[in-house]
Every structure is written in structure tokens, then in C-alpha cells.
Design a protein around this ligand. Sequence first.
Ligand code: BGC
Length: 702
Amino acid sequence: MGYEAKAREILKSMTLSEKIGQMNLGLINKENLNDMLEAFKQGKYGAYLTYEDFSDQRDIHNKIMEASRKSRTGIPVLYGKDVIHGHFTVFPIGLGIAASFNPELIEKSFALIAEEASSEGIFWTFAPMLDIARDPRWGRIAEGFGEDTYLTSRMAEAAVWGLQGRNPADLGKQEKILACPKHFIGYGAVEGGRDANTVEISQHTLMNVYFPPFLAAMKAGAGSIMSGYHDLNGEPVSASYNILTHMIKELGGLDGFIVSDSGTTSQLVKYRYSTDEKQATEIAANTGIDMDMCSFCFEKYLEKLVEEGKVPIERIDDAVLRILKVKLRLNLWNREVEPLKDKNKFTLSSEAKNISVEAARQASALLMNKESSLPLSKDIKKIYVAGPYAKARREYFGCWCLDGVDHVVEPVIDILKRKLDNTEIRHLDYFLSERILGKDDYIDTVVYFAGEDPDRSGERNNIANLRLPEGQEEQIISLSNRGKKVILVVVAGRPLSLVRVIPHVSAILYVFHPGTGGPEAIAQILTGEAEPGGRLPVTVPVSEGQIPIYYNPIQVRSDRPEHLKYNDITDKPLYCFGYGLTYTDFKVSDIKVDRNEIKKNESVRVTVNIENVGDRSGEAVVQCYINDCVSSLLRPCKELKGFKRITLGKGESKIVEFTLGEEELGFFDHKGDFIVEPGSFRVFVGLDCENTIDTYFTVLDE
Ligand code: BGC
């Protein structure tokens, strides 16, 4: 029997209150545990989450599972947790893993995340976060994959495959867990970069910029979607029929359920969208929420609302069927729930170590390298290591990291000491800097590890000034004023404007909170053992006044460029999307299309030659962009539509190929139809969004 038939059979045997039980996501902590165990026995919750440390009650999740299996229906409860970018082993934050431009790497990382999480009974994670973000003031920019729709879409599907497996049946394997792409939709465009604020997005932009990553995740098989906290175009998103039922279930074809973000149903009262919680429940259930996260409204009011005929039983049945089908796909009836691990005994497997170091290496973008200051020369006899990230461990994990194990992280200063065993490495404690610098003035190179604390980004953590945290810029400038050569490493949760320190440093390695492998990867890059592998998934602004700034606005009116300028600052970014230096140089040449004209349903092959013209081997991230030259709705001036990471030895060259077909050339029109329009397309290939070569082809009108 298939999942649908099995789910229908279970549904038939359920009472109304048991059905509503499945639609509640509860919260457990130490205080409410006994009551909740009783509630699970009575089938009052379909799922639960926790933020509590239960290391003193290791078999807690097994007990809960057993309680739910003993309920009258025997439907197992689903344990979900925010395992966002790592469980015990931590991978780079969303922005960092996106900097890899490497879907295979994220698939591998998320497979490991799933394995570690499921070993503790976590069969559902509230990830990946797919909110396109073009405002670095917003703290949650850290969690997503940056500003670009195509890059986010590729990372989205890879993350879902990593967590759930590539085939629908894989989800039932013990080491796979359910994904929950979030926060549908447009959350990244909150006004003023203020978390959970109001959002206004045109239909055109919503469908073409914000929707495709979620569509890609659903096509990849994501079995749940989380709606957001914010309001969009005049409606709370977690209470909008158009957004929940139409966009996710009808257009997206979600084969699974929608869970609200925490408390969004009761929040409708504060929003002044409903008079009381009962009406809020009616709206949320009728507009399409299948599972209510922690507002406790469904459990209080839904049964009554069905009895009063205000929420049709068909809506309840639809929600419960969706949840049951996912639970069946997850094989929840037969899954083992192991006791919680003793984290103190956690050791990093060599596989986890390799992937986490590789992921961290590819989360690190080299933005400046004056006079080849990096890699550090083996002839340097003495180096100061300074700054808040020199000795840090846990801080490398970034925001939203609940269970990461930090005793397996070795501070970067210690790794550097091992790797550069002919160099004297001294820690420069800034409290004592006047004295130390006075004494040791013969040390002329400083590696300064700057950065943001994980709590400076993530949920609720917005900033208005995109500068390094207080004091760090002053330290960097004072070192440079004393004649030191400063190599700057920035470990952060967002793109920060570095304009003030740029004149004072010789090299900048920008690392989005990189996780467990961070210090090792950074040390490898600094010493030249490895290449800096990251490319910016987001534009770095010169100033907050430029926000929103992203690489591909619609408006590039060449007839009036003066209108687009600021009188007081540049309109150019500090560093553009896709940018990142390597230790070698590449030349891109010879762009060709295999045919000058194609029909709408055909595709064109674009090739370029890439040559390593530097003096060591290295990796190029070759990027392919298009522009729809004349269109019925204005299209962005450039859109990423392909990328490839290739390694080339010194002097080596390769032909790199991209295929552009309907999916790449089309867009959603005002009716919501995905169309390809005839006419000229310009195609650009290069090593970032600005330095490209280009050619044209035509889509024929037939
Ligand atoms: C966040 C979600 C998260 C949820 C559950 C909310 O505050 O917005 O991203 O998954 O809490 O912890």
C-alpha cells in the first residue's frame, strides 16, 4: 500500500481531537516534561521541539517516542530541532556555505548533519533557510545563502537532498531527516533590516526573486515548509490564503505540510488581524497552516471551530493527511531513538573533519592581497597574532548553533604555531599592547583576527552601522600607524563595510562564520597549504546608505547614468557579488555559443576557455550570467544562471561549458505563468559578476 492509501486508512480511524493533536507542535522543557509525557500518551501533539539541555536525562526522546506510540492511534510524534548548519560537527553558516558555490559540498555537509542529528532522535530540522537577503543590517542574512536567486536555488535543492536523500524513499532511512525550508516568503526583505518587520514586494519580484529557491526545494522533495513571522503586502504571511495555499501548495506542489513559525497564530491578535486567539486560529487553519508551532491556539480552539462549522473538516483532514504521509515517508513507526550522546566524549571522525575543513576553506574569500602578502612567507621570523578571534573556539560556529561541540576546535593561533614552526608566533594581548609593542618593535607583521560575535547576527540581531564591532578598527589602525604590516582576517555573520581599515591593511581574508573546520582552514590558507576557496554570495557595500545594494537591479539606464549616482558617496560596491581572489591568476577567453538561434524549448551551449596564467595551481569559480535584452516585464541587468568550480594546474587551460534552456531563460509573468520570450539574450561569463566577457544569441518566435 502506498503512503497516501496508508495515511487515509489511519485518518479514518481517528477522532477529531486526535486529528487536531497531529496539528500541534509543542515545546518541552524540564518544567513541563511530566505533563507533556502524559499529553504525548494522549496523542495531543504531532510534533515537538526543545531548546533545553537534557544531558542529564539521556533517554528522554525515546521515552517521548514510546509515550506517543502507546497513544490510542499509536502515531509516533516527530521531534524537530533547529539544527541549522551543524549538530555536533558545525559547518559554515548559510552565507559561508553559499560562498563555496558548490552544491556537492553542501549536499555532503547536510548529509552529515542529518546523520548526527538523527542519531539523537531528531528526525526533522528547521532548515535550510532560503530567504534571499539584500540588506546586511538584518542579522538573519547570516543564515541564508545570500542575495542571488539562482545560487540560493541550487544550494536549496542540494541541502534538501543532503538531509532527506535524493529519492523520496530515502527519507525512511535511519540516517535521513526531514527538511523544512523557511521562512516563506520574502522574510529577507524586512524594512530597515529590522527582523520580523513589514515587507513590501511587488508580485513580479516575489515570483522571480523570492519564490524560485522554495520551488527548487519543493521539487527536490522537501516535505515541510515553514512560514515566516512577517507581514507581506498587507497580510501576515502565516495567515494568507494566497501565500500558504496558493503559492506553496498549488503552485509549489508541496508534498508535505506547512508549519507556522513559532507563535505566529496567536501573534495575529497583536497584528490586529484578528480580534482574539479563536478567530486567529480560524484564519490560520483556513488559510493553510497545517501545524501550529508553539502558539497553543490549535489545541485550544480548533475542535470548537470545527464543531461550529467555521473550519471545515475537509481542511483538517487535508492537514492531517499531509502530516501522516510525511511521517510514513519518514518511517517513524520503526525508527530507533537512541539516547542522547555524551558530548564530552565526542570526537571528530576523519570524514567529518575533512568535510568541515573543506567547507570552511570554501567559505573564506580573499578580498585583498597587496604585493602577494599572502600566503605568509616562510622567511618571516616573527609574527604577532592579535584580535578577538585568535584564540576563539565556539565563536567560529556563528549564530543558531545549539549543540556544536567546541572542544574539537583548536584555536587558530595554536595551529599557526604548529604549521609555521620556524617562525616565532606571539600573541598580542591588546590590553598590554602599549607595553608589548614598545618592547618588540622589531616584529613587523601582525595577523589580526577580527570579527563579529555570533550574537551580533542571527535572529533579532540587527545593526545599523556595518562596521567591525567597537574597538577593532582602532586596534587595526593603531597597528598600522606603528608601521606594522597588517594581515586582516574577518570572521563575521554578514558583509561588513571595511572602508575605514582598508588603507591600513595589506590583505583581507573574509570568512563567514565557518564552523568546526574554520581555524584549520584559515591556517591552511594563511600558510599557503590551501587556496582561499570562497566567492562572495552577497555584495559588500561601501556604506549603509547604499542599501539595498545587489549586483543585479533592473535599472541600468545608460541614457541617464547621472541620475543613479549619489552626490556624496560612490554608487559602486566595495566588493561585488561572485568576487574572490586566488593565489594564482586566470584568464577567461573565447566565449562561444553553439548556435546563434534557438527555439523556445531548446537550449544553447555556451563555452569559454579558462587558463591558469599564474604560477601555481588553483581553483576558478567560473560564473555564467544572462540578460534578457528586451522583455515584456523588465528583467534584471544580469542574472546568474550557471557556475562551475574547476581546478587548473599552472599553465593549464580547459573549456568550460554551460547549458541555457527554458528554465534559465524564462520568468514568471503577471499571470503567474512561466514564460520564455523571443528575442536577443546576452550571455556573460567571468570570474565575478563584473569582470566578464560576453556574446549574444536569439530565441526565435515560434
Ligand atoms: C525562528 C525559526 C526557528 C523557530 C524554532 C523561530 O523563532 O524564526 O527560524 O526555526 O523559532 O526554533
